[in-house]
Design a protein around this ligand. Structure first.
Ligand code: E4P
Length: 221
């Protein structure tokens, strides 16, 4: 399963990319707004740091505007994936951009039918928002199971990009289903790295090493 980071924060992107963990990045207007500054600078920099796919979202709601913005966004790099909303105009733009060889991520997917339609429009990725479904008492992970089954039945090549991930168990569940990608807020990725027994184990190893050194101060690895 590929791991994308769901952020426009350059420090986090560099940090996890240096660990070799990132296959790509997803952003959206809210994430851009959170970082402030000129989003163009952030977009340019992210596409430079990351080799893999970087989703940059349009803000137009009409087909013509989405096409114009999508074409402009692609100027930031060959790894740019144009993110469009799951609307009639979004799907029309998805079809046109995909036919021109520009990869598209259809975002704000909340039902299996929306995922099916986005795949038929030629999307490279569909982004089902599982956390937001959980928030309103639905089962986000169940949606991933349904999309996976439908895409497998018809051999769609569209990838399932699990979005709106809130905690590490979402990641485990998505991986068990065989989702293609999860996009993670930095805080969730950070939690996945940690285990209390790892910290306790390391503290014990280092304390024992100090004991050994006490009797032999010149010792080195
Ligand atoms: C995905 O592409 C979206 O940017 C993101 O996962 C939305 O997550 P949220 O529900 O935490 O805002």
């Amino acid at each position: 399963m590929k791991i994308f980071l769901d952020t426009a924060n350059l420090e986090s992107i560099r940090k996890y990319n240096d660990m070799g963990l990132l296959d790509g990045i997803t952003t959206n207007p809210s994430l851009m707004s959170k970082e402030g500054g000129n989003p163009k600078d952030a977009m340019k920099e992210i596409t430079k740091i990351i080799q893999g796919d970087v989703s940059l979202e349009v803000v137009s709601t009409k087909y013509a505007g989405m096409m114009e913005e999508g074409t402009r966004l692609r100027e930031y790099g060959d790894n740019v994936v144009v993110k469009v909303p799951m609307t009639p105009d979004g799907l029309k733009a998805c079809k046109s951009l995909s036919s021109e060889g520009i990869p598209v991520n259809v975002t704000l997917i909340f039902s299996p039918n929306q995922a099916l339609l986005a795949a038929k429009s030629g999307a490279k990725y569909v982004s089902p928002f599982i956390g937001r479904l959980d928030d309103i008492g639905h089962d986000g992970i169940h949606l991933i199971k349904e999309i996976k089954e439908i895409f497998s039945n018809y051999n769609f090549t569209t990838e399932i990009l699990v979005a709106s991930v809130r905690h590490p168990m979402h990641v485990v569940d998505a991986a068990k289903i065989g989702a293609d990608v999860v996009t993670l807020p930095p805080a969730v990725l950070d939690k996945m790295l940690q285990h209390p027994l790892t910290k306790i184990g390391l503290d014990n190893f280092l304390a024992d090493w100090e004991k050994l050194k006490a009797g032999n101060p010149n010792i080195k690895i």
